[in-house]
Structures are given as structure tokens and as C-alpha cells.
Write a protein that binds this ligand. Structure first.
Ligand code: SF4
Length: 105
């Protein structure tokens, strides 16, 4: 069976192939975008404490109850999503978490 040249495909076959390719591209984009939007990276950073943040696994909080905003080391600064952390010595995202999290008493 000989391969057909592109100009030999019917309009219907070309449309189906185009639709299939568009759907595959949409699926690939969604597969990349969903994890990025579900677990967004913390936005309140401080380059000088980055090694400490990495060692304490500073990440988005697994739940609101375990977020920086509910941690005894957190102080809200009234500046939106950021607050200050006594452990990190700088700004942290109130929705983040690290291994040193301790419930406010
Ligand atoms: S110690 Fe960790 S969990 Fe607590 S405020 Fe600082 S970064 Fe957030």
C-alpha cells in the first residue's frame, strides 16, 4: 500500500487530523498548566534566606490550618499575602508552610 501525498487527503480527513492535533495540544497545555495553578509557588521571598527555606521545605501549605498565618512564628504585617517569620528572618507568604511550623497558642 503506497503512502498518499498530502494533497490526496480529503477535506474531511484533513479536518479530523487538524481537530485531533488541536485536542492533543490542548491536553498537553492543560497537563502542564494544572499543576502550576494548583500549587503556586510562594510569592513572598527573600534571597538571603533561600538556603534555609529549602532546608525547611518552605512550600505552599497543605491546609489553611497548617499555614504560616496559623504559625506561632508568623507576624502579619498588614501587607497583603506577606507577613514576617521569626525563623526565616524575612517575609513569608501567609499561605505557605515549613518543617518548623508550630501552632499559635
Ligand atoms: S516557621 Fe515556617 S510555617 Fe512558621 S511562619 Fe515561618 S515559614 Fe511559616
Amino acid at each position: 500500500m503506497a503512502l498518499r501525498q498530502p494533497e490526496e487527503f480529503t477535506t474531511m480527513e484533513s479536518a479530523s487530523r487538524r481537530t485531533a492535533l488541536q485536542r492533543m495540544l490542548q491536553f498537553a497545555c492543560a497537563a502542564v498548566a494544572v499543576p502550576l495553578t494548583v500549587r503556586a509557588a510562594p510569592t513572598c521571598g527573600d534571597a538571603t534566606s533561600e538556603p534555609l527555606r529549602e532546608s525547611l521545605h518552605y512550600t505552599p501549605a497543605p491546609s489553611a490550618a497548617q499555614a504560616c498565618a496559623a504559625c506561632s512564628f508568623f507576624t502579619a504585617d498588614g501587607n497583603g499575602a506577606c507577613g514576617a517569620c521569626a525563623i526565616m528572618g524575612g517575609p513569608v507568604d501567609r499561605g505557605s508552610h515549613c518543617d518548623s511550623w508550630s501552632a499559635k497558642s
